[in-house]
Design a protein around this ligand. Structure first.
Ligand code: PRX
Length: 651
């Protein structure tokens, strides 16, 4: 049983969702979803309000998910236009540069004008409704402007995290046949330059990227970049003469808003597709309720717009709610470990939403860098992306928040669009590491391996038994894969790929992935992807990748590699293989540990026993009884296990 923390007194006294309010609203949302979500849709501006609400079947034979299917809207009107009268001079985006001397506030009026100008420029370049646009940008306001400009004209954006390699970018461009890429000359993080435009140039030499007609380049550093005549255009030159008004494209609620690639347990990354109406209702509602949003809040989500957290909780949710959203270009530990807290003081941040990895890394630096800042402005803290261990939670709560700020531990996924479980502030006691309660409309359940529901206290596979408006609609270009991935293992429900437990009080705790997905510093990566990138090297006969625990990153990558006959396994080769992963995927996917494996443990039907490899990788420096590695009776050659165990990487 986890330790309990009551709602901090200052917070409990304020006006927000109380336990009874939560229970009442939750019941309404479950008893009459049609009514509940019809009402919730009113939080958006519609050109034609929907008369239909929910049209869903989770039956694999007839799988469809539609919300507000006859509604017509443009999401940017909810994010921008409707605020002009009442919030025109309010800061929409607050930019804090990598260099602490750079900061800039952009009002709703200014953001509206910038989005309209860039949207006009895109239209002039021939971009229209339904076209796919890749965005490969640093964390600068133009990244948000680019996303919103696409949405303004009905184009579908596909943001690719700036840490991905040219190969990874090329694969994503090719999969959705993007027409245009928006990038910057260079990005800057921790005073280091990232050659984004050069990466784009390289990506566009790869086969499959011929669909790209134009590359738009934002000048961020002014560094020298090659500009290909006719193909490459400077952002500032494009927007200069554009009018600051742009007619929003009327869109159906079920038209796509964006594609965002994410890793699963098999194959190449999937293009998760979100549509406009339901997603916008979900992110605006969850953003307001989860963070107890008030008009004068300065809200800071430290994610990158390259991940779903940035889409939902830097851009669409906060802007739909008329909030001030801070966009941070840098990293938490540069110039020093005090940076996050200094930024909180500088901009008087009231809500801070960050990842356990950052918290653990900063915790290691001790309390000093925190205590030398005030942090009095903070009133609420959030956590997202991976399970937060109780030690990190307590440090966040006691040292960073000085016991004054509730922590909302928000569990969700790229696929879910926004938060599905969290302790809504004021509505419940807090338990370190627990996501506590489902959001309105969410019906979680725990299934055992045979698909039987586990009621009451227990743990197992987390599934969601009914749809919610923010749910992904399909895998771009591959609906069958959507069905196979999420609705086939346990027919009739959405399978999350996560494990969860429910305690005697009925409170939820997410335990982490139960499939072959590793969450490294909150970056999700499929083991199959790393393995196939590894096997692209001609010297590798076979590779198996598993996750193992890491004090700061949560999990890290451990690879077992069998070199081809005649290849000598050296340290140099080890480094080259890691470099190969950096090149094919990105630096964050490079294995931390690489063990040479003369052979992999296989069943008699030649299936690699990953469970055993996971156990070996997890043992690190611990000596364990080999018997605890589990049942090895199905192994073709049991002696392999002992060898791998004896030669494991000690960390
Ligand atoms: O395993 C869960 C973990 O992150 C996965 C989703 O990753 P991604 O799609 O990249 O989205 C990250 C941002 C929401 C989940 O399947 N995860 C996310 N939030 C939490 C979490 N695990 C435990 N607690 C959380 N609060």
């Amino acid at each position: 049983m986890s330790k309990e923390y009551p709602v901090p007194p200052a917070f409990a006294a304020a006006e927000q969702i109380k336990p009874d309010t939560y229970a009442g609203l939750y019941r309404e949302s479950i008893d009459d979803p049609e009514k509940f979500w019809a009402e919730a849709a009113r939080r958006l501006e519609w050109i034609k309000p929907p008369t239909q609400v929910k049209d869903v079947s989770f039956d694999p034979a007839d799988l469809h998910i539609r919300w507000y299917a006859d509604g017509v809207l443009n999401p940017t009107v909810s994010c921008l236009d409707r605020h002009l009268e009442t919030r025109g001079d309010k800061t929409a985006l607050l930019f804090e540069g990598d260099d602490p001397a750079i900061a800039r506030a952009i009002t709703y009026r200014e953001l509206h004008a910038q989005v309209c100008k860039f949207a006009n420029a895109l239209r002039q370049l021939g971009v229209g409704k339904g076209d796919r646009i890749a965005i490969y940008m640093p964390m600068i306001p133009e990244a948000c402007v680019a996303m919103l400009a696409c949405a303004r004209i009905g184009a579908i954006h596909s943001v690719v995290f700036g840490g991905f390699s040219p190969d990874a970018l090329a694969g994503r461009i090719a999969d959705s046949k993007c027409k245009l890429v928006i990038t910057a000359d260079e990005g800057v993080r921790a005073n280091r330059k990232i050659p984004l435009k050069a990466n784009v140039d390289e990506a566009l030499t790869r086969p499959g990227t011929e669909s790209i007609e134009t590359v738009v380049v934002v000048r961020r550093t002014g560094g020298a970049v090659a500009m290909l005549p006719l193909r490459d255009r400077w952002w500032d030159a494009l927007v200069e003469s554009q009018p600051a008004e742009c007619e929003p494209e009327p869109m159906n609620a079920e038209d796509p808003l964006f594609i965002l690639y994410t890793s699963g347990s098999t194959g190449k990354p999937k293009g998760v597709l979100h549509t406009i109406g339901g997603y916008m209702v979900w992110v605006s509602y969850t953003h307001e309720a989860t963070f107890d949003l008030r008009e004068d809040d300065v809200y800071w989500c430290t994610a990158d717009v390259g991940w779903v957290t940035g889409h939902s909780y830097i851009v669409y949710g906060p802007l739909a709610n008329g909030a001030t959203s801070l966009v941070f270009e840098g990293v938490p530990n540069w110039p020093d470990a005090s940076r996050l807290w200094q930024v909180c003081d500088k901009h008087q941040v009231t809500i801070l939403y960050t990842a356990p990895t950052a918290i653990r890394a900063l915790m290691r630096e001790g309390d000093g860098p925190v205590r030398k800042t005030s942090r009095k402005s903070l009133r609420l803290l959030g956590s997202v992306g991976e399970p937060i261990n109780p030690e990190a939670w307590e440090w966040y709560f006691n040292v960073v928040g000085e016991g004054r700020c509730p922590i909302v531990d928000t569990w969700w996924q790229t696929e879910t669009g926004g938060t599905l479980m969290c302790p809504l502030p004021g509505s419940t006691v807090l338990k370190p590491g627990c996501a506590m309660k489902p959001f309105f409309g969410i019906r979680p359940a725990i299934l055992d391996v045979d698909g039987q529901p586990i009621d009451g206290e227990g743990s197992g596979n987390l599934v969601i038994t009914d749809s919610w408006p923010g749910q992904m609609r399909t895998v771009y270009g591959d609906h069958q894969r959507f069905i196979d991935t999420y609705f086939t293992m346990y027919p009739g429900v959405y399978t999350t790929g996560d494990g969860a437990g429910r305690d005697a009080d009925g409170d939820w705790k997410i335990t982490g992935r139960v499939d072959d997905v590793i969450n490294v510093s909150g970056h999700r990566i499929g083991t199959a992807e790393i393995e196939s990138a590894m096997m692209a090297d001609v010297r590798v006969a076979e590779a198996a990748v598993v996750g193992c625990p890491h004090e700061i990153k949560g999990a890290t990558i451990y690879a077992f590699v069998t070199p081809k006959e005649g290849v000598v396994p050296t340290d140099a080769l080890r480094k080259e293989l890691a470099a190969g992963i950096r090149e094919r995927i990105g630096a964050f996917a490079a294995p931390e540990y690489l063990q040479w494996a003369p052979a992999l443990p296989k069943t008699r039907s030649a299936k690699t026993m990953r469970r055993i490899l996971r156990k070996i990788a997890e043992t690190g420096s611990n000596e364990v009884d080999l018997a605890t590695l589990g049942d090895t009776s199905t192994l073709a050659d049991p002696s392999v296990v002992k060898r791998l165990y004896d030669e494991r990487v000690r960390y």
